[in-house]
Design a protein around this ligand. Structure first.
Ligand code: ZN
Length: 147
């Protein structure tokens, strides 16, 4: 016997075609928990990511909170690319305290050294984050599952 409920989720929520579509924030939360980052709150901003970026994440200093920005074309990206990008951004979250520490140390240098060191740190961080994310992403579910 079918469900007569019109709320969109069905009385038995999560059963078959009546399941609610998973949002990116819900998906990100699920992946964060799987990556051991369940204590973090990831908030999606209304502002799109910078031109040329699929997504960006900005951890809030001193808090287990981060703001996630997605590119304007996010919903059209292949699910694998969405998953890999979310894992990549969450690796940045996992490394946030080390990143902040390295930036704090660099800020104590003279102006010319700060600029060169920050650029080198950004590049080094991206290499490490990409390597970790590429290894981790295939073990994570794809977006679009029910919640
Ligand atoms: Zn990155």
């Amino acid at each position: 016997m079918g469900c007569a409920c019109t709320c969109g989720t069905g009385i038995l929520g999560g059963v078959g075609v009546m399941a609610k579509k998973e949002t990116t924030v819900e998906y990100t939360r699920k992946i964060a928990v799987a990556m051991g980052l369940g204590g973090w709150v990831i908030e999606e901003t209304a502002d799109p990511a910078s031109e040329g970026c699929l997504a960006e994440i900005e951890p809030t200093y001193g808090q287990r909170h981060a703001k996630l920005s997605l590119c304007k074309e996010w919903d059209e990206l292949p699910k694998e690319e969405q998953r890999n990008t979310i894992v990549h951004e969450l690796v940045h979250v996992a490394l946030a305290s080390l990143t902040q520490l390295s930036y704090d140390i660099v800020e104590s240098l003279d102006e010319g050294a700060v600029k060169a060191s920050r650029a080198a740190l950004n590049l080094a961080e991206e290499y490490v984050v990409d390597a970790i994310a590429e290894a981790w992403a295939p073990y994570m579910p794809l977006p679009g599952g029910g919640v």
